[in-house]
Each structure stands twice: as structure tokens, then as C-alpha cells.
Design a protein around this ligand. Structure first.
Ligand code: AR6
Length: 198
């Protein structure tokens, strides 16, 4: 059982923050922070392919041969089986590489979350886990990325009532604390004022 570190209600859905390994989550889908090739990699991508087994890569290869000959662009999302994972599906998305913040990174990161959530809705998925997209190898500062991640998910849940739970699975206590602070400030803006006043 997952004990959430923070759990809030947004309209009809739960928004949960936990620390842990995304490959162990029992949500209907988990999201992969992939690269455009969809052929696997390090970080969370490597962990998902490693734990889910070859079925996932097989479906990724089929996607590359059919609908995505040039790969998956940043901000877009596709879905495959979860293979041996507890999650039935993996939604693969590609976050932006951090280039200093003036190369459309904000919009692309928001798109990655939004398009993953839209694909989940279209598939009838009720529960979904996200990693902290782009904040590893792609170098997006986690303080900035957490704000976009959480705002995009909250806005989506306010406008789409079909999902039961969106879970962020953070890989470190530090990242969890950053996401928690961001979520607190978003749902309770007075707190930010108090913090600023000290
Ligand atoms: N569970 C949850 N989070 C994880 C796990 C895990 N098992 N493993 C790592 N993280 P990254 P990116 C965290 O680098 O920045 C890959 O090679 C990690 O600590 O996985 O979007 C792809 O193939 C960090 O906080 O993804 C791409 O080439 C977060 O997941 C490239 O990296 C994202 O780190 C994508 O880079």
C-alpha cells in the first residue's frame, strides 16, 4: 500500500504526492519521461523498460514503423502496454530539454502533462502516476518544473472530472518537498504571503 505524503482533492479527483519508484505503482497507467526515439534510455525510462519487459519496446518499435517514423516530438504522448508492470498501460511522453528557459520549455512541459492526461481520458484510464518529467537528464530545474507540472494537472482536473487520481511519484525526499511546497502555495496562496513575511 502506498502511504501518500500529501493528498488533496481537486474537483472530483485526488491529487497525491509520494516518494518512490514509479515502476511499482498500481495505478492504471504510469507515465514515462521518454526521448523522441522511444527506444529506451536511462533514468525513469530505463527503469520502466527494465521492469516492464520487452513487450513495451516491441510496441514502441511498431509505433516508430507506423505512425511515428520521425519519432515522438516533445510535448506529445503515446500509449503502450505496461507489459509485466502492475500498471496496465505506459503513456510515453517527451519533455523539453532545459536550454535556459527561453526556448518554449514551459509550454512543452505543460503539453507533455496535458497530452498524457488527454490520452488517459481517451483510453478510459481512471488512475495515473507521473514522474517529474524533464528534471533529470533533461536538466529542467525542479523548482520551476514542479510549478508547471502541478498547475497543468490542477487545471486539467478542474475541467475534466473523469479521473479518480493523479499521483506524482518523486524519486527523492528533496523533490517531494519541492512539489509539496508548490502544491501548498497553489491551493493556499495566503501561505506564500506568510512565508514571505517570515
Ligand atoms: N521512479 C520515479 N522517478 C524516477 C525513477 C523511478 N524509477 N527513476 C528516475 N526518476 P529522467 P528526463 C526520476 O532523467 O529528465 C532518459 O534517458 C529522476 O530522479 O528519467 O525527462 C530518457 O530516455 C528525475 O527526478 O527524465 C531521455 O533521454 C525524473 O525521474 C531522458 O532521460 C526524471 O529524470 C529524459 O530526461
Amino acid at each position: 500500500m502506498i502511504v501518500p505524503d500529501m493528498n488533496v482533492k481537486i474537483a472530483m479527483s485526488g491529487l497525491t504526492l509520494v516518494t518512490g519508484d514509479i515502476t511499482r505503482q498500481e495505478t492504471d497507467a504510469i507515465v514515462n519521461a521518454a526521448n523522441s526515439s522511444l527506444m529506451g534510455g536511462g533514468g525513469v525510462d530505463g527503469a520502466i523498460h527494465g521492469a516492464g519487459g520487452p513487450e513495451i519496446l516491441k510496441e514502441c518499435k511498431t509505433l516508430r514503423k507506423t505512425s511515428l517514423p520521425d519519432g515522438l516530438p516533445a510535448g506529445k504522448a503515446v500509449i503502450t502496454t505496461g507489459g509485466k508492470l502492475k500498471a496496465r498501460y505506459v503513456i510515453h511522453t517527451v519533455g523539453p530539454v532545459w536550454k535556459g528557459g527561453n526556448s518554449g520549455e514551459t509550454e512543452l512541459l505543460a503539453d507533455a502533462y496535458r497530452n498524457s492526461l488527454l490520452l488517459a481520458l481517451e483510453t478510459g484510464i481512471k488512475t495515473i502516476s507521473f514522474p517529474s518529467i524533464s528534471t533529470g537528464a533533461y536538466g529542467y530545474p525542479v523548482e520551476k518544473a514542479s510549478g508547471i507540472a502541478i498547475k497543468t494537472v490542477v487545471e486539467f482536473l478542474e475541467n475534466n472530472k473523469e479521473l479518480d487520481e493523479v499521483r506524482f511519484v518523486l524519486h527523492s525526499r528533496h523533490d517531494l518537498m519541492v512539489y509539496e511546497k508548490t502544491l501548498q502555495e497553489l491551493i493556499n496562496p495566503d501561505r506564500k504571503q506568510q512565508d514571505l513575511k517570515g
